[in-house]
Every structure is written in C-alpha cells, then in structure tokens.
Design a protein around this ligand. Structure first.
Ligand code: SAH
Length: 337
C-alpha cells in the first residue's frame, strides 16, 4: 500500500495519528485487506478501501515450482510487469527475492532481465507490496534485492522499502541489497546507510577485459573502483561483502581465474557465492566438477566460499531468469491482493 497516501487520507479525515500505525501493523502481519482490521471503525475500513488501494500492484499469475518456490508476476497500475519470488528452504528459512525496477536498463549478457524492455523504477510501495504479498502466504525471514532491476539506480525507494521490512519479520541483518557496482548509488549506500543491511556485489569475472565483455556496465565502472568501494563498506561495518559469481563454462570458471579472484578479494572482507548458471540462452553452465575445482582454489587461498542452491528453475524463477514470463504457461487465478 502507498503509506504516504494512507497518512494523507487519514489526516484529511481528521483521524488520530495512531490510525496509520494500526493499519500498517495489520498489513505487515499479513492481513488480507482493510475488512480484517477489526480495531478500526467499520465505516473507516470501508472508506479506506475506496480511497487507498490496499495494493499498488495487481497479481497477474503465480506459479509454484516442485521445490516449493513461488514466482509471482505482478503488474503496476500503469501496466509494467514486475516479478518476485518466495523461496522456501528445508531448514525452514523463507526468503524473498524482490525487484527494484520493472526490467533493467543494464545488459548483462547472462541475465534474462537485461533482454526485456526497461520499464521504470518502482516506488517504495511497489517494492514493499511484493513482500507483503508473500507475507500473506507465510511467515518470512530473509529478503534479497536480487529480482529485476539494479537497486543502486533506485536507491531511495529501495531503502524506504527495506526500512519497513523488519515489521514483516525480516531484520536488516537478513536483508541483502545486490548491485552490479553502479558506483554513484553504491557510494551513497556506503556513506549513508546506518542500518546493518547486507551488501552483495555481482562480480562474475576477476579482470576488466572479461567483465566488460559479459557485463557492459564494467566499461563505466571498472573492477578496481567497485571493489575498493565494497572494501570500504566491509571495513567500516566490519561485515563481509558477498560476492556473486555465476559459473559460465569456459568463460570465467578456470582455476587460474579462481586464483585471480582470490588475489583480488583477499581473505578478510569478502565471501564468495558461486552461482550455478541458470540457462537463459547464451552460455553453458559450468559442470559440478568445474565448480568444485573453482571452489577448491578459493578455499586454498582461504577465501570464504559457498555454492548457491538453485531454486525454482522449472518455473524460470531462478537467478537471472526473471523476464516477465516470455513462455506460455498455466495461469493460476489469484485474487489481487
Ligand atoms: N542488478 C543487481 C540485482 C539483481 S541480482 C545485480 O546484478 O546484482 C541477480 C543475481 O543473479 C546477480 O548476481 C546476477 O548476476 C545473477 N544472475 C543473472 N543471470 C543469471 C543466470 N542466468 N544464472 C545465475 N545467476 C544469474
């Protein structure tokens, strides 16, 4: 919901200030609509339902993968597609993957979102509504800004949404903002964000030549500058920055590239997350053995490293596969939330 509009509407009606908080508390705890907010006078509930849309996004389709991952395609009021994903892990973790933009203006060659048309930045409300949608299905405890879009191109709205997530049960320490290394936003993030929100860098290559080939944004903001900024963040916060590295066969997965990566990052301030490539067309994913060998090189250099669990691949909900449902699929009718 648009919280600014909510506050304005309540104020205009001469309602006491605590009303906005009541409405938000219900919403953040997963209430399905104003009707459920039983400590609000009935006429007020009806008026709010008419004046402040409960959701700023409508649900278009929703699909569930065999592993329990849920991918939802939303539409903004002006018709832009937005996807978000709920990941359920065996250990009970419930993690949300949220979008910051409809589409993405960057053109990383391995990512499906980069191939669709860029729509626009999402508002804080449109970002938060993705999380609220899943909160109505289940309790949630982690969030990653790893859906569509580049969060550092829309930092104010992303932060405004992230700052509300604790009310849904997602602490800042369990919130991660991921970036390609868009320096203007990244600098502001490092300088201005006091909350212990995690930072992740999509690096994917240990040298500028290769990184520029697979991620054109690197021409603008080269590795040394971006890594230096992340290092500054790690040093000031004393928390490691996550480095994402998608494993592309014969492109960035050689043992010497692992050694170059280890030399670039060092052992103290980063943690590498190797991501099995989810097919989007152009590349082949590295084999398990190749990933294991790459991991081994990093471990030998004492760089902390994990391999990401792939979730939701059968419904194109996995990393890099969010592109607003290009393929026909079964549509499940879900009431707009
Ligand atoms: N634009 C931000 C936020 C999106 S995060 C960023 O890039 O960091 C999405 C993550 O999934 C990034 O690390 C991205 O590089 C990775 N990714 C993109 N395409 C992928 C693919 N086909 N397979 C696996 N990971 C992919």
């Amino acid at each position: 919901m648009d919280l600014a509009l909510l506050e304005r509407t309540l104020h205009e009606r001469g309602e006491p200030a605590f009303r906005a908080r009541q409405v938000w508390e219900w919403t953040a705890r997963g209430a399905p609509g104003y009707a459920a907010m039983t400590n609000l006078p009935l006429p007020l509930r009806d008026e709010l339902a008419a004046a402040v849309p409960f959701s700023t996004l409508s649900v278009e389709t929703e699909r569930e993968a065999r592993d329990g991952t849920v991918k939802t395609l939303f539409r903004t009021g002006d018709g832009h597609p937005v996807e978000a994903v709920l990941m359920r892990y065996r250990d009970g973790r419930r993690s949300l993957c949220l979008s910051s933009q409809s589409g993405c203006p960057l053109t990383c060659t391995f990512c499906a979102t980069g191939t669709m048309a860029f729509g626009r930045n999402l508002s804080a409300s449109e970002i938060l509504v993705q999380a609220l949608h899943f909160r109505r299905l289940t309790e949630v405890d982690h969030a990653v800004f790893m859906g569509m879009g580049e969060p550092m191109l829309n930092l104010d709205e992303v932060l405004a949404a992230a700052r509300r997530l604790p009310d849904l049960g997602i602490t800042h320490r369990r919130t991660t903002i991921s970036t390609v290394g868009w320096l203007p936003g990244l600098r502001r993030f490092v300088d201005e964000v006091d909350e212990p929100i995690r930072l992740a860098l999509s690096l994917h290559a240990p040298d500028d030549g290769l990184r520029s080939r697979i991620m054109p944004v690197n021409e603008r903001y080269p590795i040394a500058d971006v890594v230096a900024e992340c290092l500054r963040h790690a040093q000031t916060t004393r928390r490691r920055v996550f480095v994402e590295y998608v494993m592309l066969a014969g492109v960035n997965d050689a043992p010497e590239q692992a050694r170059a990566l280890a030399a670039l990052l060092g052992r103290d301030h980063f943690k590498v997350n190797l991501i099995p490539y989810n097919p989007t067309g152009l590349y082949e994913g590295s084999s398990r053995d190749r990933i294991a060998a790459f991991r081994h090189e990093l471990e030998r250099a004492r760089v902390p490293v994990t391999v990401r669990l792939t979730r939701g691949r059968d419904i194109e909900a996995a990393c890099g596969q969010l592109a607003a449902a290009p393929k026909p699929h079964r549509h499940t009718a879900v009431p707009a939330g």
